[in-house]
Design a protein around this ligand. Sequence first.
Ligand SMILES: [Zn+2]
Length: 154
Amino acid sequence: MTVIEERITGTVPQATQPRTWQFTDRRTGEQRVFACLPGCTINHSRDFDHPVFSEDIWCWTEAEPLTMPVNENGTPEEYRILGTIIKIEPWSPTIAHRLPFAVVELVDDHFIDGLDPDGLETVINTLAGRLDQMRATHRRLVEVRGEYRERAQA
Ligand SMILES: [Zn+2]
């Protein structure tokens, strides 16, 4: 196991044996090898049937999608919400992306990207605070509806 494989395996909790791939670097023509992020759900076949730029290769682990009906233009549609993936871009020009990082999809195609563990924790804590506020609003809604019914019956 290479140093990179050991580092990746140590970072991802549901680690399985990483898949190892070979591809042709489109810029240099050289054969390169990389080990998939453990648990990677990307179909890499497009990365290996022809030469590619190494910076265009990435791996991620996708969570089960969650959707809710969101009304953007008068008709509610099912949108993906609050999806979190772990991603790595082994040859990214952004050095921080060469280690696994998290991406949160707030709602369909709107992302908070490039989160290290502290960043993801900040997002989680922010959303947890918002859930507390929603619960308080729920309690207030129940009270307001009760008061409103009593007033309507008086
Ligand atoms: Zn992969």
